[in-house]
Design a binder for this molecule. Structure first.
Ligand code: ACO
Length: 379
């Protein structure tokens, strides 16, 4: 019985198939395998627009004109520097901490240091969102660097978002082909309707809590291997099978054993898409370009061999984490940094949803069906 009802309710385990609210931020259509951000197909945005333009679109509902883009880029570039407090707190965290815990802590510290944290207005929330978006690259990059005994690389305000991110991570700007592949991944990861982390952010927002609390909760939800953590898990799978030339031949026997052991194959399957993730073809094309650029055909062979084995054996298709994991690996990122990169992209979608939730809020409080012992007397 539910905690307030007397008739036995239907339980929607995992909220599968339940529509909990409306949104104008994005539309996922599993029948046509399409994903629209504010009406625009994501693959067209990835082909024609920068991550800055897409971030602007998600927050404002329209693409920027030239002046709006110039103003937005100038603002983002002016906010990139980490405060000494954040840097000091990151330095205090042990190197054994998962980078997602470092990101979660840094977001919390930014919130605790913001005198406007409790200001609930949409204008204030947008300002906070842009600040987080501008600072996450420094947080993610610095955390990776300190794990290698390296110091913070200061941001450059003559570089676009993705070029600057890579500059802060590696101390140099890679070739354009790499910057473009990274930018495409940020666009594809930016938004995906009511996924688990966005829903977590909306639940927290629905209690009238502040934006930083909602984002901190979303980071926690994204960390899990069934959600954002899958891009890291894909790389663990590839490493387990073997990254050297010829290891593609081991993909099929590896899969047979993994399925026999009842393991979930990370980077495959999706709650909403059942006939293919709309973002995969675009990211796969970037991965192909990167394997050519870095002359690592063996990685693409392994990618294709495991995909073929999985789709033949289980008819379960790859999701975005499957091509993005190896793409970040080729760019030189540590595997543990993959999900924090996802945070830096999804901050745009999360905060667009937080602002939308506040516009027509209703406390999100579902019911539960009690299946414990019947009422009894305390002895
Ligand atoms: N490997 C093996 N079997 C799978 C996989 C997988 N990756 N995905 C689904 N299945 C199987 C399940 O075992 C289940 O089989 P059963 O009916 O025989 O028990 C069936 O397919 C249905 O799977 P569910 O887990 O019930 O489907 P759900 O919609 O809940 O799962 C999910 C979606 C969680 C993404 C799942 O496919 C999964 O665990 N994938 C691996 C993790 C992953 O890649 N997550 C990233 C999601 S996308 C993103 O965050 C960008």
């Amino acid at each position: 019985m539910s905690d307030t009802q007397t008739v036995e309710p239907h339980v929607y385990k995992g909220l599968t198939g339940v529509v909990v609210d409306t949104t104008a931020v994005s539309k996922v259509n599993p029948e046509t395998n399409s994903l629209l951000y504010r009406g625009y197909p994501v693959q067209e945005l990835a082909a024609k627009k920068s991550f800055e333009e897409v971030a602007y679109l998600l927050w404002h509902g329209e693409l920027p004109d030239d002046q709006q883009l110039a103003d937005f880029e100038a603002l983002e570039r002016s906010l990139r520097h980490l405060s000494p407090v954040i840097k000091r707190i990151i330095d205090e965290l042990p190197l054994t901490a998962h980078p997602m815990d470092v990101v979660r802590t840094a977001v919390s510290v930014i919130g605790a240091s913001d005198p406007e944290a409790e200001n609930p207005s949409a204008k204030s929330d947008l300002a906070k969102s842009i600040r987080l978006y501008a600072q996450l690259p420094a947080i993610v990059s610095y955390d990776q660097r300190r794990r290698h005994g390296l110091d913070l690389v200061e941001p450059r305000d003559d570089l676009g978002y993705s070029a600057n991110f890579l500059h802060m991570a590696f101390g140099e700007v890679p070739e354009l082909v790499v910057v473009n592949a990274f930018d495409v991944s940020m666009i594809l990861y930016a938004e995906h309707s009511f996924n688990a982390s966005t829903f977590a952010a909306r639940v927290i927002t629905s209690t009238l809590s502040d934006l930083y609390s909602a984002v901190t909760g979303a980071v926690g939800a994204l960390k899990g291997a069934l959600h954002g953590g899958a891009n890291e898990a894909v790389m663990h799978t590839f490493t387990e099978i073997g990254l050297e030339a010829g290891s593609a031949a081991r993909a099929e026997p590896w899969l047979e054993q993994a399925l026999a052991d009842k393991r979930k194959i990370m980077g495959f399957g999706h709650r909403v898409y059942k006939s293919g993730d709309s973002r995969v073809p675009t990211m796969r094309a970037s991965l192909v370009t990167l394997t050519e650029h870095y002359q690592k055909p063996e990685l693409l062979e392994l990618y294709e061999a495991l995909e073929t084995a999985m789709t033949t054996r289980k008819a379960i298709l790859p999701n975005l984490d499957y091509p993005s994991g190896p793409a970040y690996h080729l760019m030189g990122f540590d595997t543990l940094t993959f999900t924090p990169i996802f945070v830096a992209a999804r901050i745009t979608g999360w905060t667009a949803h937080i602002i939308e939730q506040k516009k027509s809020n209703a406390l999100i409080r579902p019911l539960s069906a009690y299946n414990g012992v019947d009422q009894r007397q305390v002895p």
